[in-house]
Ligand binder design. Sequence first.
Ligand code: ATP
Ligand code: MG
Length: 452
Amino acid sequence: MTEKITAVKGMNDVLPKDSYLWEWLEAQVRDLMHAYAYSNIRTPIVEPTALFVRGLGEVTDIVEKEMYSFEDRLNGEQLTLRPEATAGVVRSVVENNLLYDAPRRLYYMGPMFRHERPQRGRYRQFHQMGAEALGFAGPELDAELILMAHALWQHLGLKDVRLELNSLGQPPERAQHRQALIAYLQDHAQLLDEEAKRRLHTNPLRILDTKNPDLQGLVNAAPRLIDFLGQTSLAHFESLKAILDANGVAYTLNPRLVRGMDYYNLTVFEFVTQSLGSQGTLCGGGRYDYLIEQLGGKPAPAVGWAFGVERVLELIKAQGLAQSVAPLDCFAIVPQAQSFPVVFKAVESLRRLGLKVQMHAPSLGQAKPEEGKLASLDDKTPWQHVGSMKSQFKRADSSGAMYALIFGSDELATGCVTVKSLRDGQGLQRVELLKDIDQWGKALQSSLHPKS
Ligand code: ATP
Ligand code: MG
């Protein structure tokens, strides 16, 4: 047999057993975004490498070791599969002059690519859903975004999600802190790992974001940015906290929270959980008031967040919060192949009324002639082997449908169909006239979906 080709390590298929949950989450998030007046933006997956080098910072984990970069074979351009979406959104906002008359609230969903060591909750192709508010300077938008994420966790019913909050201040405050941090780290140079030594003078703040457990003690005792903030930065932070307090959003102040990209200033935050082991950060975000200018736009402030879809779905599954199969209303049982023309007409009518209907159809297994027997000319053609009533009922049962519609020869001879409940435990059934299908179909639809 020819050798199989398998997926790239760390890049996963979303299979039918999970894809309904993905679609469901996407729908919930779309509704949430619309409720807060955020519009959808879709930017390319491939961007110029320079966008991320300039936007995220040269001395960051992502740019130093995680990007999928390549040269365009035809024109030699340096390109990268996006590792995150904020830089691309800002590029697009600048390029299309989206801030010329008013600020913007935008959201996106899609795949991101980082060359990391694949493990639970950490993949090389993963997915994010994110929101960005561009052109707003005040703490109200920091609050709006945090409240929006909080509302999503509440709506999904997630338990054990905690908000961590910090402020990184403004560039002059960062510069002062940087001096103190370098001095502190130099005093403890013997404790630094190779990466930290390398970053000591290029990007010491990144050392605080290290994942090396041996450095945690050092990091915990390091000078804290929050102690370097001036009045204006502190006032911004206090106003944000006041809105969160007034709205019952609990948070923990974490002076160690610095995030992994260079573009952040003032507010940064993460939503974390204990329930997913070491990959416990669900969502991260913050202010990035200088990124637009850095990417060639007219200076404008901005703030945003993104959450990891795989991690949120894993939490939803772990906490048993959503059904994982698409709901089905009816399963049409078709004992004779010659009934299909009539059956189609009926199930099409029901679908037009909004009912979800799966029709039985012969499958490959049933089309095979009996073992050891050659198909003879008198045999039915393969597609006429519709399968026994018993096997069709089994499929109807496992399909999750609420009702079986039985299109037997007796029924069809009298212009009828039997509608049999599959879920009431007693198999209650009634016979309906096909000519009245719009009437009883509508009644069936509203009994199954009272709201729609
Ligand atoms: P981590 O510290 O776990 O590496 P991060 O700080 O690199 O996360 P962000 O760049 O802030 O993550 O991305 C926001 C969210 O995207 C994360 O909180 C996480 O839920 C998700 N995420 C990031 N990297 C991955 C990955 N490799 N696989 C799956 N999800 C990821
Ligand atoms: Mg990371």
